[in-house]
Design a protein around this ligand. Structure first.
Ligand SMILES: [Ca+2]
Ligand SMILES: [Ca+2]
Ligand SMILES: [Ca+2]
Length: 285
């Protein structure tokens, strides 16, 4: 069983402020004028939209399934050559990021997931995001840190892979349906970057609040693989009290999103944390 911090300890940590930032670098696709040499394989079609992105233009994926022959309709977006080559030059703080929106989500958006695949001559790895963060009708940012503990290396070694990345695919899962469905999603701002990260902001919406705490508690004691990585704020490979401390230390940092909910008062926050810790204790028994 992992050590659970006392509420006093974690609440005291809320008064510490850390700043974590660095210069952005790498490559980015804003899709503001065209598809920027991205292509796709598997289901549906992709096109360029000049407006409605995050901001300006974006890549639109449209998939219509007649329902007559239920089939997987995932799209695999194929990155252009600018993203390939030697990734070993990137530091461990570097992330592959992309923004996603569900314009027509299909019948079961909560069943969605997303993944990134990278291939080299003798190596391959995947990074997965859980579906429960995918079902949003507003733009959301997702991130895959470029460090090996966040990836499932299923062929070869990580070092061999990042020394020569020959293929990069961003995959967005569709649905299997026996009734006609229309799915439209948007992708914007695919990039390899060292982000200016707002510490504690697990869902990357620019604000630290109960949404972030909820994701962390739902991932408690999880490993960073299979979609829990966003909650691993301390980057030590586990979701635990270190990460909880970082969220509480940065509570209400950033700017509330336009459609954000009410900001919990400190007393409400205390109850929220105590409730979460009680839940964790029960799980640990
Ligand atoms: Ca754009
Ligand atoms: Ca947030
Ligand atoms: Ca951690």
């Amino acid at each position: 069983m992992r050590k659970i911090p006392s509420p006093t300890k974690v609440l005291c940590l809320a008064f510490f402020v850390l700043s974590v930032s660095s210069d952005a670098e790498g490559v980015i696709s804003t899709f503001d004028n065209d598809l920027e040499d991205w292509s796709k394989m598997h289901g549906g079609s992709i096109s360029h939209e000049g407006l409605g992105g995050n901001p300006s233009g974006f890549l639109k994926w449209t998939c219509y399934d007649s329902g007559e022959f239920p089939s997987a309709v995932d799209v695999w977006l194929i990155a252009p050559p600018a993203y390939l080559g030697d990734w070993s030059k990137f530091s461990a703080e570097t992330e592959l990021r992309w923004d996603l929106i569900h314009i027509a989500p299909g019948p079961d958006p909560t069943g969605l997931s997303a993944a990134v695949f990278i291939y080299g001559p003798d190596a391959a790895a995947s990074f997965w995001l859980r579906g429960d963060r995918m079902a949003s009708s507003s733009w959301q940012t997702f991130a895959a840190p470029l460090s090996p503990e966040h990836w499932y290396v299923y062929r070869g070694s990580w070092d061999a892979l990042v020394s020569n990345v020959t293929n990069l695919y961003v995959r967005v899962k569709g649905v299997r349906s026996d009734v006609p469905v229309l799915i439209i999603r948007g992708i914007d701002n695919v990039q390899i970057t060292i982000p200016t990260r707002l510490m504690g902001d697990v869902n990357l919406d620019g604000y630290v609040d109960d949404d972030d705490l909820s994701i962390l508690l739902a991932s408690w004691n999880g490993s960073v693989a299979w979609g829990c990585s966003a909650a691993d704020l301390s980057r030590d490979g586990e979701i635990d009290d270190d990460d909880l401390s970082l969220i509480l230390a940065h509570w209400n940092a950033g700017t509330p999103p336009m459609d954000g909910g009410a900001i919990p008062e400190p007393a409400t926050l205390s109850l929220l944390v105590l409730g979460g810790l009680a839940l964790i204790r029960r799980r640990c028994k």
